[in-house]
Every structure is written in C-alpha cells, then in structure tokens.
Write a protein that binds this ligand. Structure first.
Ligand code: SAH
Length: 365
C-alpha cells in the first residue's frame, strides 16, 4: 500500500521547479502551477487550464492539493473573529483563527498539535503534546484563511483573472500572520522556518516577513538561532512574570530556561537583528497585575528596545485565575510608560467563541 501523497504546501518554489524539471516538463509550468495555487486559489488540477493535460495527469499521481478539513467553525458575534478547528490527515485537530482589526486581517496559526510546554493557564498546555506539524500543515492554515477571504472562482479560470475584483474584497487581503496558535514554534524550529520561507515567497503567499510574528515561551537556543539567521520576522516572548520564581510557577519550562539567561538572549536578538522585541504578559487579577509587578517589569526591561503586549487572561477550565479589569490594565500601562516602555492591551476578541489558545479544541473533545 502506498501512503498519502506529499503535500503541495510542503514544497518551496525552487524545489517544485527542480521536481518538475526532473519529470521533463518546462520550468514555466512549475511557475504557473505555483501561481494557480497561491494567486488564483485553484484547489484542483482540473481548474488549471493553462497547464498541459499530461502535466496535470502527472501531478495527480505525485502531489496533493488537499487542505485540512474544517471540523468545526465559530464566528464571534461582532463578526471580527472566526475560529476554525482543522482536521489534519491523521485526524489530529489544530486551531486557526482569522482576526479583523481596523484595516487589517491577521491569521493566528498553530505550529504543533498540542504543546509540551505546560503553561498553567493555557488550554493547549493543559491538553499536552500530540505531534509536530509539517511545514505544509503550517502553510495550509494561512492558505485556508486566504481562501475564506478570497474564495476561488468555481470552475476553470485563466491565470490572468483577478480572484475578486471588487475594491472591498481587495481590502480584505490577508497580510499578517502570527504564530500564536497551538504549540511552541521554537520547539518545531525547522518546520516553522521552512513554512515561513514559503509564506514569504514573493510569487507565492507573499506575506512580508515584517508582518509575521512568532511567539515563544522562551526557548533560548531557538531565540539565539533566530537572532543569527537572516529572516526578519518579529519575535514575541511570553514573559508573564518578572521574577524567576513567579515565572516558573506559571511557565514551568522557566526552570530549564531561566529568566536572566532569557533576558540575555533577548538582548542578543535585539542587538543582532536591530529590531524591537515584544513581550507578552497575560494579566491575571491579583497575581501579576499589581503596581509592584509593573515596576519590576519596568526595571527588568528598561533600556531594551521592547514593547509589552498585555493580554487579559482568557479563563480556562484547568486554571482558576481571573482576568484583570480595565483599570488594573491601564495602571499597569502607566507604570510601564514611566520606564519608557510602550505597551498595548490586547483587544479582547473572540472570547464568546472560545478563541483563546486551545479552547475550541478543548470544547469539542
Ligand atoms: N508557545 C507560544 C505561543 C503560545 S500562544 C508562547 O508561549 O508564546 C500566544 C500567547 O498567548 C502566549 O503569550 C501565551 O502565554 C498566551 N496565552 C496562552 N493561554 C492564555 C490564556 N488563557 N490567557 C491569556 N493568554 C494566554
């Protein structure tokens, strides 16, 4: 018995070109195929009339265009957030979220099925680790969101036809990607970076590296590697506490990658990449939202080119913390400002549809 075909979304453009050449087809056909999938949104070889029939027949036997199946879907009441539970080839479930903020559309994608990091307040952490995602499974999430926004026209299309010509539709183009779904991206480094490079391809998904943000729990070797490589994506580090003891209580892997070494790696990243770094802070009432904590963050990060993103806690069944109120969040921000630290409070989007980290997967089990 043969296994499933390799996925189209796993293959970078240069490898596709080489593969097509190895089958004795001209490279222009590889370029057209690439454009059909990523620009026209063609979902079947039968919808690619500008490819020779013999080439399409070969593709049918070699490469799969199948995207993950939508196993569940929820839309927020305000219409700004849509959450998808996607079923992979082996029926594992991952979450992908479409978020609309003023003037921009962002896809929040997963890097692993489950997560091994065990952060106490995180629904994905509470469910444990299942497996790594392949590059194609990471890319496919972005393509899923793109096709939700710009549905491919049914039937045969020529490559020159724009996918949706109305000005409104053009505004709705997906331009931002955050690796903030399920999983720890730096615990799946190779696959994530291969996916990022496919997403950045100018003739493909064309998501600018500067519009891709990777969020890490603080995997130090991954941060150092990211600093050393020429891939200008943004980095966000989940801080959540300003002392080693308090952080280790929320983020158990802090025992392995302690706060002082983490901060050193962050400084190295900022220096090497000449880029601001983001820190995430889940605001938990009475736990890490006090003025003392805010001053501690200020002292810790003062002088570093950084921004703090405050996220009021999304309550999860496995953790009894509650989110901070607006006044506490505002006061926290004011204190950070005294240390010249810019900050944002994450808009609480999608709470009515269980769009916080791992919550849809938990709810549908
Ligand atoms: N593994 C990565 C990505 C996780 S999800 C990381 O740890 O950064 C993105 C962010 O959401 C992280 O900062 C994570 O700590 C935070 N998060 C997870 N569960 C949350 C919850 N219930 N409420 C608020 N923030 C949460």
């Amino acid at each position: 018995m043969t296994g499933p075909l390799p996925s189209f979304f796993d293959i970078p453009r240069d490898e596709l070109t080489a593969l097509v050449a190895s089958w004795d087809f001209r490279s222009v056909h590889a370029a057209r195929l690439w454009a059909y999938v990523y620009n026209s949104g063609a979902a079947r070889y039968a919808d690619m009339p500008e490819l020779p029939a013999r080439f399409r027949a070969r593709l049918e036997t070699e490469i799969s265009l199948v995207l993950p199946r939508v196993a569940a879907e929820t839309h927020s009441a305000d219409g700004f957030t849509r959450k998808y539970l996607l079923a992979l080839g082996d029926d594992r479930r991952i979450e992908t979220v479409l978020m609309r903020f003023t003037g921009r559309v962002t896809a929040c994608i997963s890097s692993q099925a489950g997560c091994a990091m065990d952060c106490v307040f995180c629904a994905t952490g509470q469910m444990g680790f299942a497996r790594q995602l392949t590059p194609g499974e990471i890319v496919a999430q972005v393509i899923h969101i793109d096709r939700v926004l710009r549905p491919p026209a049914a039937g045969h299309r020529s490559l020159g036809d724009p996918r949706n010509p109305s000005p409104h539709a053009r505004r709705e183009r997906l331009r931002n990607v955050v690796l903030m779904g399920m999983g720890e991206p730096l615990h799946n480094y190779e696959a994530v970076m291969r996916a990022v490079d496919i997403l950045r391809d100018q003739n493909g998904p064309a998501i600018s590296a500067r519009r891709i943000t990777l969020s890490t729990v603080g995997v130090i070797p991954g941060i150092v590697r990211l600093a050393d490589e020429a891939r200008p994506i943004h980095l966000a580090v989940s801080l959540h506490a300003a002392t080693q003891a308090e952080r280790a209580a929320l983020v158990p892997v802090a025992a392995r990658w302690p706060l002082d070494a983490l901060l050193e790696a962050c400084c190295y990243y900022v220096k090497k990449q000449q880029r601001r770094i983001f820190f995430e802070w889940a605001l938990i009432a009475g736990r890490n939202d006090t003025p003392e904590q805010a001053h501690a963050v200020g002292r810790l990060l003062h002088g570093l080119s950084a921004q703090v993103n405050l996220i009021p806690l999304n309550p999860t069944t496995g953790y009894d913390g509650v989110p901070s109120d607006r006044a506490a969040a505002r006061h926290f921000q004011e204190i950070l400002a005294e240390y010249d630290l810019p900050s944002t409070v994450r808009q609480r989007r999608g709470l009515d549809i269980a769009a916080g980290c791992g919550q849809l997967a938990t709810a549908s089990r």
